[in-house]
Design a binder for this molecule. Structure first.
Ligand SMILES: [Zn+2]
Length: 336
C-alpha cells in the first residue's frame, strides 16, 4: 500500500509539474502574442503615417547675432535655438536658407553688408535639427570662393546637405536628395542674384541662378528620380509683403516644370502662400534668425509645415506657422 501511495504521489507530482509547465508555456505564449499583435498594428500605422517637413527662411548668425551670442550665451550658438529645439527636432526634415558662408577662410569682398559666420555656429544648426540648407543667395560669396568652398566642405563634414551650390555646375544644379521614411525628396536651390560672377560653371565652384533654362532642366531632371521636388528661390524685393511679377513667373515656371513645392526667401518679411495647380508656393518665409531688430516683421518669420503621406508619397497639406525672435535674437516660439 505504502508503495502504491508513493507511486501515486509520484504520478501526482509529475502531473502537477506537467500542468505547471504547460500553464507557464501558455502564459509565455499569451505574453508574446500581445506585443506581436501590437507590433503588427504599429507597423500598419507607421506605413500610413504622415511625415512632416519644415521650411524656414534666412539664417544669418554673424554681426548682431554673433555679438549677442558672445555677450549673452557664453559663445554657445545652440542657445539661439534652445526654446524651440524640441519642436524643431520633431520634424522629419528641416530646411533653411544659409545667408552667408560659414568659414574662417577667404577675404571680405562684400563691404558693410558682408557676412561670414563662425565655424562653431554650424554645429548649433546641426543640433537644432537642420538636414539641408540652400546656399544660393546674395551673401554666400561675401568672403570669396575660398570661404564658399570651405562652407560646402564644412556642411558635408557636419552632416548637413546643401542645395543651390556646388564645386561645379552639375553639382550646383542637381540639388540635395534626402530619403525621408521611404519618400525620395529632392531640394533644388536658385538665386536671383548673380553679381560678381558667382554662378557655377562646368568646372567652377559657385551657385545655381534663376533662368528659364536652369529651372526647367533642373526640375525635370530631379522629377525623374524623386517622389517630391522642392525648389528653393532666393528672390524678390526686401521688406515687400507681396511677391512681384518676377517671383510669380519663376515660381510658376518651376511648378509647370514639375515642382511640388516652392520655398521663397530674401525679402526678410513673410509674403503670400498660394496653391497653384496641385503645388504650393510660399513666396517668402522672411527671417528665421537675423539681426534686423528694427521692426516686428523682421523679428519674426514663417515656418512652413508640409505633411507628406508616406503611402502615396505626395504632399497632403501645408500650414504656415509663425516664428519669432526675442531681443537676444533667440528663437522664442513657434506659433500656429
Ligand atoms: Zn538675401
Amino acid at each position: 500500500m505504502a508503495k502504491f501511495s508513493r507511486q501515486f504521489s509520484l504520478v501526482l507530482l509529475i502531473l502537477s509539474l506537467i500542468f505547471l509547465i504547460s500553464t507557464k508555456v501558455s502564459s509565455v505564449k499569451s505574453d508574446t502574442v500581445k506585443p506581436a499583435a501590437a507590433v503588427v498594428r504599429e507597423n500598419v500605422v507607421v506605413k500610413e503615417k504622415d511625415v512632416v517637413l519644415a521650411f524656414v527662411g534666412d539664417i544669418m548668425l554673424d554681426r548682431g547675432v554673433k555679438y549677442s551670442v558672445y555677450k549673452n550665451f557664453g559663445v554657445d550658438y545652440s542657445q539661439l535655438f534652445a526654446n524651440v529645439k524640441e519642436k524643431l527636432l520633431a520634424y522629419d526634415l528641416l530646411f533653411g536658407n544659409l545667408e552667408g558662408p560659414v568659414s574662417d577662410k577667404g577675404m571680405d569682398e562684400g563691404g558693410i553688408y558682408s557676412f561670414r559666420m563662425e565655424p562653431q555656429s554650424l554645429s548649433a544648426l546641426k543640433v537644432a535639427g537642420f538636414d539641408v540648407v540652400s546656399v544660393a543667395n546674395n551673401h554666400i560669396f561675401n568672403w570669396g570662393q575660398a570661404a564658399f568652398t570651405d562652407t560646402l566642405e564644412r556642411l558635408t563634414a557636419s552632416g548637413i546637405k546643401y542645395a543651390g551650390g556646388g564645386f561645379d555646375g552639375p553639382g550646383a544644379y542637381s540639388g540635395a536628395q534626402i530619403n525621408v521614411s521611404g519618400v525620395k525628396i529632392t531640394v533644388l536651390g536658385f538665386s536671383e542674384f548673380n553679381a560678381g560672377g558667382v554662378e557655377s560653371s562646368s568646372t567652377y565652384p559657385g551657385i545655381a541662378v534663376i533662368s528659364d533654362k536652369n529651372i526647367i532642366n533642373s526640375v525635370k531632371k530631379a522629377r525623374l528620380d524623386s517622389d517630391i521636388v522642392i525648389a528653393s528661390f532666393h528672390f524678390g524685393e526686401e521688406y515687400q509683403k507681396l511677391p512681384n511679377v518676377y517671383q510669380e513667373r519663376y515660381a510658376k515656371l518651376a511648378v509647370d516644370s514639375g515642382a511640388d513645392l516652392i520655398i521663397g526667401h530674401h525679402p526678410h518679411v513673410v509674403e503670400t502662400l498660394e496653391k497653384y495647380r496641385d503645388s504650393y508656393i510660399i513666396y517668402s518665409l522672411g527671417n528665421f534668425i537675423f539681426d534686423q531688430y528694427f521692426s516686428p516683421d523682421t523679428m519674426s518669420g514663417g515656418l512652413l509645415e508640409v505633411k507628406v503621406n508616406t503611402r502615396t508619397k505626395k504632399i497632403e497639406n501645408v500650414a504656415l506657422k509663425k516664428v519669432s525672435l526675442n531681443k537676444w535674437f533667440q528663437l522664442d516660439s513657434i506659433l500656429p
